[in-house]
Design a protein around this ligand. Structure first.
Ligand SMILES: CC(C)(COP(=O)(O)OP(=O)(O)OC[C@H]1O[C@@H](n2cnc3c(N)ncnc32)[C@H](O)[C@@H]1OP(=O)(O)O)[C@@H](O)C(=O)NCCC(=O)NCCS
Length: 257
């Protein structure tokens, strides 16, 4: 990953800064779900509470509450407003959109897998992230069916000695790209091609559709833990990536019920 690590800084919800042409990535480990729920669940809207109740498993319900309230906390920090005052809507394919405050061009996206949630923030761009945990025994040939392009499928077929790593690499790239565009996997994901950049192995990749390259984007592979692969797609060239880790702070602890 070509990201630069910085000291964690989830200190105060009203003091986060986000330079132009930068992407801020935040990771939230599952062991912080309970404390984050306890500190921040009060920020959820009525709709979000209703959605939380639709999760059958308590574990999934708590994870939703934690990631949505941490999302609110972080956006509140970047836009200097109270987390509970934010209003969201969703796009045609489910992508959350910030309705209030109408911060021109504030972009965000998130992804979660067992053990980790990843949040991404940037100004004035299309922005998508995806994370997936490696689980041995995954259906290597079946998962990409109807999703991977012919080029991606050929790359997977030729992958040795670790086809599962290749599968997760292609999968996370494609989801990050399609989440940036807002369609997700609806439509025809096979029309999009993700490939290594000119210097394979440096974590940079590129995308094209029907043979036409998407130019002016930064597309990166992310390694977020021993078994967690991720990818970032952002419609800015040469962005600086800043990685932060969510952690319990005195301010958050003081909010715990
Ligand atoms: C977007 C999508 C690829 C995410 O798949 P996933 O791997 O299960 O989920 P991830 O953990 O990577 O991301 C989930 C987050 O992405 C965001 N998201 C949801 N839909 C999105 C979209 N279309 N584009 C970008 N981001 C989206 C949400 O913040 C969501 O978080 P939540 O679960 O807390 O609401 C998948 O849901 C999809 O293909 N959706 C489009 C299909 C469709 O039309 N659905 C109808 C919904 S109205």
């Amino acid at each position: 990953m070509t990201a630069r690590s910085r000291p964690p800084a989830l200190q105060c919800s009203s003091r986060l800064s986000l330079p132009d042409n930068a992407v801020a990535l935040w990771t939230l480990r599952d062991d912080l779900i309970e404390p984050m729920c306890s500190a921040l669940a009060y920020t959820l809207s009525r709709d979000e509470r209703a959605r939380a109740r639709t999760y059958r498993q308590e574990r999934h319900r708590r994870r939703f509450i934690a990631r949505r309230s941490v999302l609110r906390w972080l956006i509140g920090g970047y836009l200097s407003c109270k987390p509970e005052s934010l209003r969201f809507s969703v796009g045609a394919f489910g992508k959350p959109i910030l309705l209030w405050p109408r911060a021109a061009g504030f972009a965000f996206n998130l992804s979660h897998t067992e053990g980790l949630t990843l949040f991404a923030f940037a100004w004035a761009c299309y922005l998508g992230v995806d994370v997936e945990r490696r689980i041995d025994g995954m259906d290597i040939n079946g998962l990409g069916s109807g999703i991977f392009s012919a080029i991606e499928t050929a790359r997977l077929d030729a992958a040795q000695p670790d086809p599962l790593a290749t599968l997760l690499g292609i999968w996370t790239r494609k989801e990050a790209l399609l989440k940036a565009l807002g369609t997700g996997l609806s439509g025809d994901p096979t029309a999009w091609v993700t490939e290594d950049g000119p210097c394979p192995g440096n974590g940079r990749w590129r995308a094209s559709r029907n043979g036409i390259p998407i130019s002016g984007w930064t597309c990166l592979d992310l390694v977020l833990g021993q078994d967690i692969r991720g990818a970032l797609a952002v419609s800015h060239e040469g962005v600086r990536v800043m990685v932060h880790r969510c952690q319990m702070t005195n301010e958050l602890a003081s909010l715990c019920h």
